[in-house]
Design a protein around this ligand. Structure first.
Ligand SMILES: Nc1nc2c(c(=O)[nH]1)N[C@H]1C(S)=C(S)[C@@H](COP(=O)(O)O)O[C@H]1N2
Ligand SMILES: [Mo]
Length: 198
């Protein structure tokens, strides 16, 4: 425990760099398995579980309010990147369109290719979270999750599922891909939540 307090980088940019992280100006690619390639016109997000079953297609997503936000991202492999700019649909603009059932407490985020990651509804329903299709004003590249990825900047970046394909509302927490393989169920970088025993 004490170690965590002393591992802080010398310059944490006014509290923006979590303990144990170093800054990068590059944008590393981290994918388990192959990059998914499909045209934006085929991107769709299926809503299921404890919410009315429905599917949002590409055109429907683009017809929703579009928001551009700039924030820092943190990968569990120890890189942080400051001031990344994303455009897409706010989770908080999508949620009111869903027929969420009262028992829903968590979300399993599904990706094309089979990747999954879990979030509590509280962590999911934050105004800065985006279903993002644009990075720095350019269409999101396939290797970074284009045509559409989730961005949840307050948690480690493995929660930001690339090639978003589905949102499954659940009445309890279940581990996604990395969470089954030893990563923390929540993954808050500012609380050192890297592995399941942190
Ligand atoms: N579908 C999918 N999403 C994913 C991953 C993945 O392997 N598959 N990797 C996660 C991890 S561990 C990280 S750090 C970020 C990396 O995003 P980037 O490649 O755009 O930097 O995507 C996350 N989302
Ligand atoms: Mo990661």
């Amino acid at each position: 425990m004490l170690g965590k307090f002393f591992k802080k980088p010398e310059n944490d940019m006014g509290g923006r760099i979590p303990p144990g992280q170093t800054l990068t100006t590059r944008f590393p690619v981290l994918t388990y398995g192959p990059t998914q390639h499909y045209p934006a016109s085929e991107a769709q997000v299926r809503i299921f579980g404890l919410a009315g079953e429905r599917t949002f297609g590409w055109e429907e997503l683009l017809a929703l309010p579009q928001t551009t936000l700039t924030y820092d991202i943190h990968c569990v492999t120890h890189w942080s990147k400051l001031d990344t700019t994303w455009t897409g649909v706010r989770v908080t603009d999508l949620l009111p369109l869903l027929d969420l059932q009262p028992g829903a407490t968590h979300v399993m985020v599904h990706s094309a290719g089979g990747y999954t990651t879990n979030l509590s509804l509280e962590d999911f329903a934050r105004p800065e979270n985006l279903l993002a299709h644009t990075f720095d004003g350019q269409s999101l590249e396939a290797e970074h999750g284009g045509p559409l990825r989730l961005v949840v900047p307050h948690l480690f970046f493995w929660k930001s599922a690339k090639w978003l394909s589905g949102l499954e509302f659940m009445d309890g927490d279940r581990p996604g891909f990395w969470e089954r393989n030893g990563y923390h169920m929540r993954g808050d970088p500012f609380h050192g939540q890297r592995y399941d025993d942190d």
